[in-house]
Design a protein around this ligand. Structure first.
Ligand SMILES: NC(=O)c1ccc[n+]([C@@H]2O[C@H](COP(=O)([O-])OP(=O)(O)OC[C@H]3O[C@@H](n4cnc5c(N)ncnc54)[C@H](OP(=O)(O)O)[C@@H]3O)[C@@H](O)[C@H]2O)c1
Length: 264
């Protein structure tokens, strides 16, 4: 029996319809691949399609930072899937600034739109259908770095902290309707998004003018388990959360970071 098969030999997520934001590369692409392997039908989105987008998923271009983008995505989900059983908010990120006061207003707004409000808006659009079916599961992707808010990514970690707080509060609200809400917080994970920020080998020089602390720049050598995360490490946890194996888990935040960031 494969990992994704249930006792009767069918794949664990057969018949489930999933929407994954930011599924064309990195963690999102790994989540899409695992959902497909488990038998789900998958719709994913990004602002632009890439050659690395997983085969087998339906792709629709949308910018999740805007209300119009969220509405277009919800409409596409209804049209192509007929509804959503599994919603994974993975699109996120932020570029560094030298201190909070250097972050322009529009970048604060952008960080909130991408890392927090996109999830709030899409949840509001898609949970009515889940409530009707009295079933659904939502995963919000945050960041382990919320536990050490500082320096160049404060706008990003503040937005992710809002996401975690919202996620924890949404869980008991939706639980009576049979909907589970959980968060996954990755540590430093080797993805294209990561190589575009300090710590990424390709771009150490690009951000040299920011004079960032070594802790920001170093990657896997700081994790007790001794390596960067792989997108699949995060996707494994997301997959677990959306299956019935996690049927008694809601309001949780699973930190997947090789033991690097402080707990509690
Ligand atoms: N990698 C890490 O070390 C790490 C650590 C902690 C948390 N995380 C979190 O994990 C998630 C995935 O990170 P990643 O490193 O895999 O990112 P990534 O490699 O940069 O990929 C991001 C994905 O999201 C899409 N995207 C970005 N902005 C979007 C927008 N406005 N609308 C729609 N799609 C958008 C991208 O496609 P387009 O650019 O074409 O839109 C891409 O498919 C993020 O929420 C990130 O904050 C990552």
């Amino acid at each position: 029996m494969s990992t994704f098969e249930n006792g009767s030999g069918t794949r664990e997520l057969t018949g489930k319809r999933a929407l994954v934001t930011g599924g064309t590369r990195g963690i999102g692409a790994a989540v899409v691949r695992q959902l497909l392997d488990a038998g789900a039908e998958v719709l994913t989105t990004a602002r632009s399609a890439t050659r690395t987008a997983p085969q087998g998923a339906t792709f629709v271009a949308a910018d999740v930072r805007t209300r119009a983008g969220a509405q277009a995505l919800a409409a596409a989900a209804q049209e192509t899937l007929g509804g959503v059983d599994i919603l994974v908010h993975n699109a996120g990120g932020g570029r560094p600034y030298k201190g909070a006061s250097a972050v322009p207003d529009e970048e604060w707004q952008d960080a909130l739109d991408l890392n927090f409000l996109a999830a709030v808006r899409l949840d509001a659009l898609l949970t009515p259908g889940m409530r009707e079916r009295r079933s659904g599961t939502i995963v919000h992707v945050s960041s382990a770095a919320v536990r050490t808010p500082a320096g160049p990514f404060l706008h990003y970690t503040a937005a992710k902290a809002a996401l975690e707080n919202y996620s924890r509060g949404l869980a008991p609200e939706l639980a009576p309707s049979g909907i589970r809400v959980n968060t996954v917080s990755p540590g430093r994970t080797a993805t294209p998004g990561r190589t575009a920020t300090p710590g990424g080998e390709e771009t150490r020089e690009r951000w040299a003018h920011l004079d960032l602390a070594p802790g920001v720049v170093n990657a896997g050598d700081t994790a007790p388990l001794g390596r960067d995360g792989r997108p699949e490490d995060i996707a494994d946890t997301v997959l677990f959360l959306v299956t019935e194996r996690a049927g008694w888990l809601t309001g949780s935040n699973l930190v997947v970071d090789g033991g690097e960031f402080p707990r509690g």
